[in-house]
Structures are given as C-alpha cells and as structure tokens.
Ligand binder design. Structure first.
Ligand code: HEC
Ligand code: HEC
Length: 380
C-alpha cells in the first residue's frame, strides 16, 4: 500500500516541457525476416535468483515483444517507444536524469533493463511496487506522462491502443505465431512485452569469465588484476565500525545489498540515503531497489550513468563519495548504513575507492549493447 506521502509524490504535478510534437502518421513496417532465439538463452549455473514465479520466454512471444518494445505506435502521439527511454546502446537505460515522455519528464530515472528477471528485490521499479513484469509492462503505456494511454479526462485508453494495433497489418502474423490466433488483447500485449524484457540478459563480463574459474565469490579471480581483486574483496566483505560509526577495518559491505553473482539487490534492503526527488519537493524515501550493478560501464570503458533513482550522481566517484560519508539520515535508511547512531563514514582512501570502481568495470558485458536479437526492427 502506498503511504499518503508516496501517493502525493506520485501524483504531484510535473512541469510540462513541451514534450515531443505529434509524430508523423506514417506507418513503418518492422523487418523481422531474421528470426532469433530468445527461449532458453544460456544462463551460467551460478545464477540462481528468479524474480517471478512464472518466468517463461518463447521465441515467438519475445519476437512479438521486440516489435512492440520498439514501436512508437505504443505512445499516444506516436513519438515514443519503450526504447526511447530504455536504449540498447545504454544497456536499456537512459543517459537523461529524467526521461522525456509524451506529457513531460518522468519522476524517476529510467532503469537499465539488464537481467531484470534475475535481479531479486521486493518487486519491480525503484520502489518495488510491481510484483510481475506483465504488470510493469502496461504501466508506462497507461502513464499520462510516459506514453499517454491513460483513459483519464477523455484521453485515449488502453482499449484505444489495442484498436490501433489491430489496424497495423504486421501484427497479425506476429500474434498468430505467438498465441495461435490474431486476437490482440491486453493480456497478450503485457505478456509479449514481459517476455522480451525477460530475455534481456548480460552474462559475458570479465567477472563471468573469472567466476567460471573459481568455486565461489570469496576466492581470488585468476583473470583479474590485483586492483580488481582488491576491489572485489572491498565490495564483498563487511566493514568493522568503531563506536562513532567510522570504519576501522574490513571492506565496504556493498555486497550485502548488491549480492553477487547477480549484483541485483537484497529484497530486505532499506533505502541508501539518496532520497531527493527529481522534481524537488517531497523526499522519495520509498526507494529501496536498484537495478543490477552489471553494466554500470559501457563496453568502451565509459560510465553508463547517471546513477540512482534521481540520477543525482553523474559518475561512480560521486556514488563512492556518497557511501563514504552518507550525508543525511531518514527513517527508512538501511540499518547496515547506520552502524552507530549516525550514518556510516567509511574512511575510504582514493586507492580503495578506485579499486571498487575497477571491480565494477569487470561487471560489464558486450552482447546486451550489440546483439541484433535485442535491436530495433524498425530501422530500415
Ligand atoms: C518516458 C520514459 C519511459 C518509457 C517510454 C518507458 N519506460 Fe520503463 N521505466 C521508466 C522509468 C522512469 C522507470 C522507473 C520507474 C519507477 O521506478 O517509478 C522504468 C522502469 C521500467 C521497468 C522496471 C525495471 C526493474 O528492474 O524494476 C521495466 C521492466 C520497464 N520500465 C519496461 C518498460 C516497457 C516494457 C516500456 C514500453 C511499454 C517502457 N518501460 C517504457 C521510463 C520509461
Ligand atoms: C543497505 C543496502 C546497500 C548497500 C550496503 C549499498 N547499496 Fe548501493 N544501492 C542500494 C539501493 C537501495 C540503491 C538504489 C537507491 C536509489 O536509487 O536511490 C543503490 C544504488 C546503487 C547504485 C546505483 C545503481 C544505478 O543503476 O543507478 C550504485 C552504483 C551502488 N548502489 C553502488 C554501491 C556500492 C559501490 C556500495 C558499497 C560502497 C553500495 N552500493 C552499498 C542499497 C545499498
């Protein structure tokens, strides 16, 4: 149940930015002549977490999901697709702090959709409010800020979208292949989008190559540099604190929440002290989930920020500075980050900080950014 404060936050007016103008009413046809595999993509055997009870992916379902994900017909004025905010070259995230939707800017930063299926955590979104990907998939479509089929105040509704999709000839064969007949329903729309999102996985990082060579995450990775192994140890091991909340030994305890080897999040995590809302106003204290820390770097070695639900940190040095000395307390701050009566102070050295960042760089894969199975079928 959303508390009043959260409710107020989610319904607070957001300044109009004069979003994109009406898209051209020219129907583009997707190129789906190449068929790709999505079902049973290889997942390393050390990956054990699954977020949903029913987590299936079929080739035909995800193929349809891919077309829907990239189709700008899914927004009221035909200007935006899911991929406008979840871009493949950014591991299905956005480099804008707040993304541009049809009715203004989003209230939170768009999450990278990487290994969403394996992330763990109390549900989906930054606050864990959705429990199934099928529910997540329809929310942006119905959000008046994002894609605009809200059905509120005379605005077009989801039923209008289904009617629009029925008029697009390329969907017929795709729905038949996925579901046996051409009926376009809300359930099928949600299901196909969820299947495509579930298929987005990234397990080809330097970390994975190393993890294959050892028994568990506590061991030295033979393919890592000394700095990367040091960062891995600092990330994974618990800190020892003195009576004033200052660190006197051990690591930084990041792995207690961002648990290896998925690097998703502990379902019991509280918030991490980053509570400022993007649009200002009431603090956003309900955030206690993070996307996986995989792919916080791009394959070219540059950072894939900004980071946190409010995009407040442009880079990982700023992230590390936050955890080094958490500036403010709040009732939802995770107890692990408040070892004494005050938020933690890690007494981090520059070498320690840089070692953790070097380790985070080993969590970046390549295929998620480049594999054509996840690419835009409308680009010809
Ligand atoms: C206008 C930008 C925008 C568009 C368009 C958009 N999203 Fe998102 N997406 C976001 C934002 C912002 C969040 C985080 C929202 C929050 O936590 O409240 C998000 C979160 C998600 C998540 C949750 C991931 C997780 O790990 O919890 C999924 C899944 C998702 N979006 C899928 C989609 C799909 C599918 C579409 C198209 C139907 C779509 N999005 C369209 C901005 C967008
Ligand atoms: C008590 C649990 C907890 C611990 C410990 C923790 N984090 Fe986090 N972390 C979170 C939560 C919750 C978020 C999402 C917060 C937000 O967006 O406001 C987050 C977000 C992040 C992000 C941003 C992810 C993104 O996609 O924007 C990074 C990077 C990160 N943490 C790194 C670390 C590092 C490095 C450490 C150790 C120094 C650490 N975290 C320790 C809970 C934790």
């Amino acid at each position: 149940m959303a508390c009043d404060k959260e409710e107020a936050l989610l319904t607070a007016p957001v300044p109009e930015i004069g979003g994109p103008t009406e898209g051209e009413d020219v129907v583009q046809t997707p190129d789906i002549t190449n068929t790709y595999t999505y079902a049973d993509l290889p997942v390393p055997d050390y990956i054990i977490r699954e977020n949903e009870e029913e987590s299936y992916v079929t080739d035909a379902g995800a193929t349809l999901g891919r077309v829907l994900f990239y189709d700008r017909q899914l927004s009221v004025n035909r200007t935006l697709s899911c991929a406008s905010c979840h871009q493949q070259q950014l591991a299905f995230g956005d480099n804008a702090k707040a993304s541009a939707g049809v009715g203004g800017r989003t209230r939170r930063h768009a999450m990278r959709l990487v290994n969403t299926r394996f992330n763990g955590g109390p549900g989906f979104f930054w606050d864990g409010r959705a429990t199934a990907l099928t529910a997540v998939a329809l929310q942006p479509i119905q959000d008046h800020l994002e894609m605009g089929f809200s059905g509120i105040n005379g605005k077009p509704s989801l039923a209008d979208l289904l009617e629009r999709l029925r008029g697009l000839t390329y969907y017929e064969a795709l729905f038949v292949a996925a579901y046996g007949d051409a009926a376009i329903t809300e359930e099928r729309l949600a299901d196909a989008l969820a299947q495509f999102v579930r298929s987005l996985q990234s397990f080809d990082a330097k970390y994975d190559a190393g993890r294959e060579l050892v028994e568990n995450d506590g061991q030295q990775f033979p393919n890592f540099t000394e700095q990367e192994n040091r960062g891995r140890a600092l990330f994974g091991s618990r800190p020892q604190f003195g009576t004033q909340g200052g660190r006197i030994g051990g690591g930084f305890g990041c792995g207690a929440c961002h648990q290896a080897p998925e690097f998703g999040i502990d379902p019991l995590s509280g918030n991490n002290g980053v509570t400022a809302s993007i649009a200002g106003g009431l603090p956003d204290e309900s955030v206690r989930r993070s996307p996986t820390l995989r792919d916080v770097f791009k394959p070219d070695g540059s950072e894939n920020g900004p980071f946190m639900h409010n995009g407040a940190f442009p880079n990982l040095i700023a992230v590390m500075e936050h955890y080094n000395n958490i500036p403010a307390d709040n009732p939802g701050l995770d107890a692990r980050l408040r070892p004494a009566t005050v938020p933690q102070n890690m007494n981090m050295t520059v070498a320690e900080r840089d070692a953790v960042i070097a380790f985070l760089k080993t969590l970046t894969g390549t295929s998620i950014y480049t594999d054509p199975r996840w690419s835009d079928p409308f680009t010809n």
